[in-house]
Design a protein around this ligand. Structure first.
Ligand code: ATP
Ligand code: MG
Length: 465
């Protein structure tokens, strides 16, 4: 699963974006907390300052504490207390008086005159408070009269922070999912052109080298690769066409001289004035020329597969009758090797095809079966209907084809090692012609073979309804 670049990129994006989310959420959380605390501290400081400012060293009293003022009433309900350095209490609001919160003398003593300190404490009821401790200065004596401590509940402060934390924890899995999905679709989107390219590459073979890969965006990396690949295809196509043209040109050039040569030598072979040994040699040469002529004709036939318009004339063909004709034609050849051809074509099957080329197809296959099977063996042909197709099997008990050679036997001019070592060899064009004819009829051809046991070719052609 991790071998796929798509999966790795998706995971990578998700992780990076999620990490960024966590970092910014953390910054937001701690920033907000700090801001709220500093706001509370500011309020505490202002409050404590007012009290401290109202200290009158002349009579050692705090003006705002004077009974009857509105402020003194309010202050009694808040958290306020004033202590002297000798730890006697000057003022203790009801709140401080009720709870038994100890004053941190040790720390307060260390405070400089212009400093202040903050602390947090909780009551027995589990309520939390934050307070400021501010030294009360006796400016005249330049000494510390004592401290004022003012506290406020932190409930309002921590409430929004807690709510934010809860929200973040609850939202995290959802956000992770959303980030994952977005990454997945982004990666999928950017890789979409690749799927089209890979599909097209699979479709391209020597027969459709004119096809080109789709270029969705010529400016991105994938588009660039597709363009380069298309250039390569163009060059391949050109060199491929050049090659086949050369082959066809050569075949054209050879066709007439070979025919002339053959007819001359056939005449000479009949000439009784010539010595027998020479005439014998001539007739063996004529055989060679016949083989070359066949090759030239086959090459010219195959060159038609390069044309856009196939040369076929389609008509209804009864496969049973067609196979009977082919077998009759080939019986002479089989008889030379004392071979028996058994045809089983009970099932009727009609296909839309060019009869001439179909005969050529089955003649080539039967010719191979005869050529590559031992004397006296049996060749079996069966015609069946299968899945809307007419299936023709040609089975022999011949030399077979090795597994390594099987993928190449339909290639032009390919002959297996075993076949090459035999005298009665062909040119390696028969099966290329078969494949071309079958493909042009919308069918397929398959082969199964075992060396020294035999070979079975199966031809599938679409039945007419
Ligand atoms: P051509 O058909 O052009 O006269 P060919 O028979 O050698 O020559 P193909 O018909 O294309 O060429 O066959 C290609 C090769 O496949 C053959 O050379 C042979 O090695 C192998 N082959 C084909 N049919 C059989 C078969 N029935 N048994 C064993 N080998 C076969
Ligand atoms: Mg052949």
């Amino acid at each position: 699963m991790f071998h796929s670049i798509k999966t790795r990129l998706t995971l990578f994006y998700t992780l990076i974006v999620f990490l960024l989310f966590i970092i910014s959420a953390g910054l937001l959380y701690f920033g907000l907390q700090k801001l709220l605390i500093s706001q509370l501290d500011h309020e505490l400081h202002l409050y404590a300052d007012v009290i401290e400012d109202s200290y009158n060293p002349q009579n050692n009293s705090f003006e705002f504490l004077e009974e009857g003022t509105e402020l003194s009433q309010a202050i009694r309900r808040d958290w306020v207390r004033i202590l002297r350095t000798d730890s006697t209490i000057v003022f203790n609001s009801d709140r401080f008086a009720e709870t038994n919160i100890r004053f941190p003398f040790k720390k307060a003593v260390q405070l400089k005159l212009h400093d202040s300190m903050y602390r947090e404490f909780s009551t027995v009821f589990g309520r939390n408070y934050r307070s400021i401790i501010l030294p009360v200065r006796n400016d005249k004596m330049k000494s510390n009269f004592g401290w004022v401590e003012v506290a406020k509940s932190t409930h309002d402060l921590y409430h929004p922070i807690k709510a934010l934390r809860k929200l973040m924890v609850l939202a995290t899995p959802f956000i992770l999912l959303v980030i994952g999905l977005i990454s997945y679709f982004m990666v999928q989107r950017s890789f979409r052109p690749l799927a089209g390219i890979s599909k097209k590459i699979n479709e391209i073979s020597s027969s459709n080298l004119e096809d080109r890969l789709p270029v969705e965006n010529p400016h991105d990396e994938i588009g660039q690769i597709a363009i380069q690949f298309n250039d390569l295809l163009q060059r391949l196509d050109m060199s491929f066409k050049k090659q086949t043209r050369l082959l066809t040109d050569v075949a054209h050039e050879l066709k007439t001289p070979l025919a002339v040569l053959r007819s001359h030598w056939e005449q000479e072979a009949e000439n009784e004035l010539l010595p027998v040994s020479l005439r014998y040699k001539l007739s063996s040469d004529i055989e060679e020329i016949a083989r070359l002529s066949k090759m030239v004709n086959d090459l010219l036939l195959l060159s038609q597969s390069e044309h856009k318009e196939p040369p076929f004339k389609f008509e209804s063909v009864n496969m049973g009758i067609l196979l009977n004709i082919v077998v009759d034609d080939m019986r002479v050849l089989a008889a030379e090797k004392k071979q028996k051809i058994v045809l089983d074509s009970d099932q009727p099957a009609t296909v839309s095809a060019d009869e001439h080329y179909l005969r050529r197809l089955f003649t080539n296959l039967l010719d191979n079966a005869i050529k590559y099977s031992p004397n006296g063996s049996e060749i079996k042909i069966t015609l069946r209907q299968r899945d809307g197709m007419a299936e023709t099997k040609i089975e022999d008990n011949g030399i077979g084809i090795s597994e390594e050679e099987l993928p190449f036997i339909f290639d032009r001019l390919y002959r297996s090692n075993k076949a090459r070592s035999r005298r009665q060899g062909g040119n390696g064009l028969g099966l290329s012609i078969c494949r071309w004819i079958v493909a042009a009829h919308g069918g397929s051809i398959t082969v199964e073979s075992e060396p020294d046991k035999g070979t079975t070719f199966s031809v599938f052609l679409p039945l007419t309804e």
